[in-house]
Design a protein around this ligand. Sequence first.
Ligand SMILES: NC(=O)c1ccc[n+]([C@@H]2O[C@H](COP(=O)([O-])OP(=O)(O)OC[C@H]3O[C@@H](n4cnc5c(N)ncnc54)[C@H](OP(=O)(O)O)[C@@H]3O)[C@@H](O)[C@H]2O)c1
Length: 234
Amino acid sequence: MDTWIVTGGTRGLGRAIADFLIGSGDAVAFCARTPGEVARVEQELQARGPALGMAGSIADPAFVRGFVEQARTLGGLRGLILNAAVLPNPPLSPVVSLSADEVRRVLDINLLGALHLLQAAHPYLIRHDNPRVAAITSDAAWAGYAGWAAYGLTKAALELLVLTYGAEQADVPAVAIDPGDMDTAMHREALPEDDSNLRDPRAIAPAIAALLRRTSGVAGRWVFDGTDVSREVK
Ligand SMILES: NC(=O)c1ccc[n+]([C@@H]2O[C@H](COP(=O)([O-])OP(=O)(O)OC[C@H]3O[C@@H](n4cnc5c(N)ncnc54)[C@H](OP(=O)(O)O)[C@@H]3O)[C@@H](O)[C@H]2O)c1
């Protein structure tokens, strides 16, 4: 049985990935900031398999170190799924009126949170014979969509961080996965009026798990195309 760390496991895509991994026989350690939600989801997951939840922010390096130490108690750490992220407030804003403080706050979570996790988990990942690191990214990392600079730049930097880590660690394949638009709290916060056919994150989680469990050809940038992940060449 492998242990996976999933950040942001209480709702949306993180919850769907945690559910799928538990349901397919692995152990999951997850975190999120809201204690009541962490306790509720921990109880639900523990009814189905080995699970551990911790409440705190990935922007806090001391919390992250403690979380990774707890995660290890579930068993050998196979993977790190860097899923937790936030939008700026307001979610969309033109570059000319961006708040530098808000950009820093979002970078602290979406980028530096991932760095803290990578650094805390690395010594344990390299003890596993088949470790994986995955970052959940977005097409906003590449497209320069109007209004999306503060969020998009954190995802562009996250991709560079994780793919560079993978280039440095030949034994730890690292991926960036763009899940596409999903019916989640984050999407509703950004685009409350959007009534397009958004995907259920539970339809995406199995493809992400299957990619991470492949035995070869894992590293790189991937996009969910509606049925599976396909490699994206930029
Ligand atoms: N939704 C989309 O259409 C879409 C599209 C492309 C990419 N993505 C990416 O997909 C991933 C999942 O998004 P989602 O839509 O599922 O988001 P979501 O519904 O807002 O869920 C985010 C999760 O992360 C947790 N979280 C947020 N900040 C945190 C922090 N500082 N420390 C620890 N946990 C934190 C949240 O719980 P708390 O609030 O309690 O902390 C929650 O569990 C994100 O990386 C997002 O950027 C989403």
